[in-house]
Design a protein around this ligand. Sequence first.
Ligand code: SF4
Length: 394
Amino acid sequence: MLDVPMSATAGIIRHCEELFLDLTFGSARAWKDAEPGRKVIGYMPYYVPREIIHAAGALPLGILGGGDQLEVIHGDAYYQSYICRIPRSTIELGVTGRLDFVDGMLFPSICDVIRNLSGMWQLMFPGMGSRYVDLPQNFDDDVGGVFYQGELNDIREWLAGITGRPITDEAIRASIAVFNESRRLVRELYALRADEPWNVPSSELYLLMRAGLTLPVEDHIALMREYLASVHEQQRPIKDNSRVVVSGAFCEQPPLNLIKSIELSGCYIVDDDFMLINRWEKSAIAIDGDPIANLAHAFLHDSNSTPPKYEPDLAKKGLYLVESVRRNRAEGVIFAMASFCDPALLDRPMLQDVLKQHGVPQIAFKYAENSGQMQPIREQAGTFSDSIKLWSGE
Ligand code: SF4
């Protein structure tokens, strides 16, 4: 067999895949063990203020369920069968000791399931800090802004209680600057994928983004820079694929094979909402002044739209998808949603109406994080891609 040297890109992605597959979170455990007193704070989708966790000197660790590697045995006993899988597999991670090194868990207000999970977590793991993160659904500075600043300060106090030291404004400003750089690189990567999707396959970008939920942000920044530097070292063939936006996968994640199947079926994914937290704010958060006020302002006025986030103006409902289609020169939208995901499935008809009004082709299907049968997905996505090529042309 020929000994072909691995490209730099392949080496980076292999590292990311190892992190992705490691359900014992070995890298986070190693980070914690490297210095006495270090703390790890887990969080669920879709958004938490990671800057404050970082400013506390702790490691933010994204917990996105067990994927298709984990057999759920205990977790099924805690939830009815007609519910998404991520709470069950997260419980499984907890009861099997895979999260026993985590010092605190944050549960954002994405839906009733996660809210209930936060209460169950407190009962099941009383030794681990646990907190519900109430995100504003009113976007007036004087109402939602004041509320959210209070919530951010409460989180700050909660974290200080875990680390045993106060979190200064200066530390939060420094952390905002670090995450601004992280988000800038994520935006650059997304823009590069939209420009050259053959050079930045979505299955690779996905793994690179998942690494950002596990690694310290500084390490992830270095990894993204390395990936960007290595992308053009190899020439990858350009295919006659259709360009699609994937929408609806903002919480429970699809299996990696589903993303690969969409690509193999003849689609270039040019935008997605897999892990919005990596690029939640659309531009840099202000650093000068009150950092808590700056974080709240960015959430209210400069964050991405997604079904769990309320859109107060009905006339604007779903326009973010139309804008994404235009900005990324997409030819259609694939709604890929976790089975039983209320926020995604309840919003879908409204989003579909908006896309219809703007003449954007679309298909929809559901998945579970452990879906194994990809043939139907490949056939649907392949037929969609063909139909775009055949009938959507001018
Ligand atoms: S997949 Fe949907 S319903 Fe399930 S926890 Fe996430 S947001 Fe809630």
